[in-house]
Design a protein. Structure first.
Length: 147
């Protein structure tokens, strides 16, 4: 037999006010940050997948979604992850073409980190029966040939 009585709540339904950071402001103010590469005696690769990258199509105003892939070989600097998260989220309300978004990320990384090499891939979701993949790369001028 099933009881029709409701269980007595164990705690009040009201939650105390919680102080939380203003995410909207943190994203709007976001700037990439760096820290010193502590392993400069060897070349190694750092890769990030940002599967929730979003921007706005400047022509239609509709959202575009992508997996943004970042791969770089650091020289003297590495990117700090929280700053990257906030920086990537800055694009969510920005009207920008796919090509410009990928190249802007590349330019910002090159300016901040001056890496040995870097590649940014924007793998955008299908829209209007068209899939777009944009690749942009940069090689440091002092990179030895054949590296």
């Amino acid at each position: 037999m099933v009881s029709s009585e409701r269980p007595t709540p164990r705690a009040s339904a009201e939650l105390p006010p919680v102080e939380r950071p203003d995410g909207t402001r943190a994203i709007a103010d976001a700037k990439l940050a760096r820290f010193p590469n502590r392993t400069t005696h060897r070349r190694y690769t750092i890769e990030f997948d940002c599967p929730e990258f979003t921007c706005i199509c400047p022509m239609s105003g509709f959202p575009d979604f992508a997996n943004l892939k970042i791969r770089y070989v650091p020289r003297d600097w590495c990117v700090e992850l929280k700053s990257l998260k906030l920086y990537i989220n800055r694009f969510r309300n920005e009207g920008v073409f796919h090509e410009d978004a990928v190249n802007q990320v590349l330019d910002d990384f090159v300016e901040l980190l001056d890496p040995w090499e870097i590649e940014i891939i924007g793998d955008f979701n299908v829209r209007g029966n068209i899939k777009t993949v944009v690749r942009a790369s940069h090689l440091h001028p002092e990179t030895p040939k054949g590296s």
